[in-house]
Design a protein around this ligand. Structure first.
Ligand SMILES: *Cc1c(COP(=O)(O)O)cnc(C)c1O
Length: 391
């Protein structure tokens, strides 16, 4: 056993694929403290800076005062508390859905929703770059699993034409792809779904709070909310909190609540976490300036990186990959930046396909102009030194 572990770990190390934990002292923000040193944080999903927002802290503190810490049991036993109730009402209203249901994490939401709704007689079409939690949900469901090339609508249509004899068919896609920062062609996907009498499920993890006029996600951005049957999203990214939701029709939610094992057989999330999430959803609605700053910062950084000659792939969101390809070189790039007090982690296989290692840069609403200019300067210096930019 020890030998097996050691060999595997050595192999990861040699291939530049060994991962390690780094401890952040204090709270999450545009600047964080790692290994005793303050660095600019350009790799979190805390897009709006809400993770250490005083209003979320207060909401959680008030809940702690009244509702205590643990939920004590599954939501279906006695763990459904006022904070959960409030959050689900707030989410349903914000998303314009009949009802919403909250899971403890996005990972649990996806495996629970997909495996409860679909089975052996069904077929699922999934974008090749969908999140691991979607893939695991599909595998658990035992439905027929077809992957189409990333955002390739011709490939998807061909698969739809060739799939006969299934009870139900569903297309599942991320809204914003978490490692590429591009968006799913949801307008075309709902069109195909209509043409081939197919269901649509989207994962709004990186779109909730940032995409669309009101920040409800990509379905709003494409004005197709009514044509997406199952919408899930997480509260752990732009909302700065923790947990996830599914929303849709009353019957859909009632079904998932009765059938999803990752909802039934687990303790309800701490009510203070639900209270903080609820406050975040309110802030997202009341404070569109936050979203505006995020997009201003995003456009500024992306334009500069393209000018310098980095390959930012097809990014259309605050997730801006810098393609390096080689895993060891990506790691070297990341470490050189860290020496200049900039934290951007290297993303390597198997999180991304072979030979597409990259830095995954994410922009926040709370980065200052001087932070962005410093970042751009250092990226250019180090990128040129390591031969990563094209110009
Ligand atoms: C982060 C993420 C999840 C998982 O959400 P957690 O709440 O962190 O478990 C699911 N889907 C996508 C697309 C994600 O990016």
């Amino acid at each position: 056993m020890e030998l097996f572990l050691e060999n595997t770990l050595n192999q990861l190390e040699q291939n530049g694929l060994k991962r390690r934990l780094r401890c952040v002292e204090g709270s999450q923000g545009a600047k964080i403290v790692i290994d005793g040193k303050e660095v600019l944080n350009f790799c979190s999903n805390n897009y709006l800076g809400l993770a250490d927002d005083v209003r979320l802290r207060q909401a959680a503190a008030e809940s702690l005062e009244h509702e205590g810490f643990g939920a004590g049991a599954s939501r279906l036993v006695c763990g459904h508390m006022q904070a959960h109730e409030n959050l689900e009402k707030e989410l349903a209203a914000f998303k314009g859905a009949q009802r919403a249901l909250v899971f403890s994490t996005g990972y649990m939401a996806n495996i629970g929703i997909i495996s409860s709704l679909f089975g052996r007689e069904d077929i699922i079409f999934s974008d090749r770059l969908n999140h691991a939690s979607i893939i695991d949900g599909i595998l658990l469901s035992q439905a027929k699993f077809k992957r189409y090339a990333h955002c390739d609508m011709v490939a998807l249509e061909k698969m739809l034409q060739e799939s006969e004899g299934f009870k139900r068919r569903v297309i599942i896609t991320d809204s914003v792809f978490s490692m590429d920062g591009d968006i799913a062609p949801l307008d075309k996907i709902v069109e195909l779904a209509q043409k081939y009498d197919c269901l649509v499920m989207i994962d709004e993890a990186h779109a909730f709070g940032i995409m669309g006029e009101n920040g409800t996600g990509l379905a709003e951005y494409f004005c197709v909310s009514d044509q997406v049957d199952i919408q899930m999203g997480t509260l752990s990214k732009a909302a700065g909190s923790f947990g996830a939701y599914v929303c849709g029709s009353e019957k859909l939610i009632e079904f998932v609540l009765n059938k999803a094992r990752s909802f039934i057989y687990t303790t309800g999330m701490p009510p203070s976490v639900a209270a903080a999430s609820c406050k975040a959803v309110q802030i997202i609605q009341k404070d569109p300036d936050l979203r505006q700053r995020l997009w201003d910062n995003t456009r500024y950084v992306k334009a500069a990186l393209e000018r310098i000659g980095f390959d930012t792939m097809n990014s259309q969101t605050p997730i801006i990959p810098i393609l390096v390809k080689d895993s060891s070189l990506a790691l070297q790039f990341s470490m050189a930046l860290l020496e200049e007090n900039i934290f951007i982690s290297a993303i390597r296989p198997p999180t991304v396909p072979q030979d597409t290692a990259r830095l995954r840069l994410t922009v926040m609403a709370t980065h200052q102009q001087s932070d962005l200019d410093y970042l751009i300067n250092k990226l250019q210096d180090i990128g040129e030194r390591l031969g990563i930019c094209q110009n």
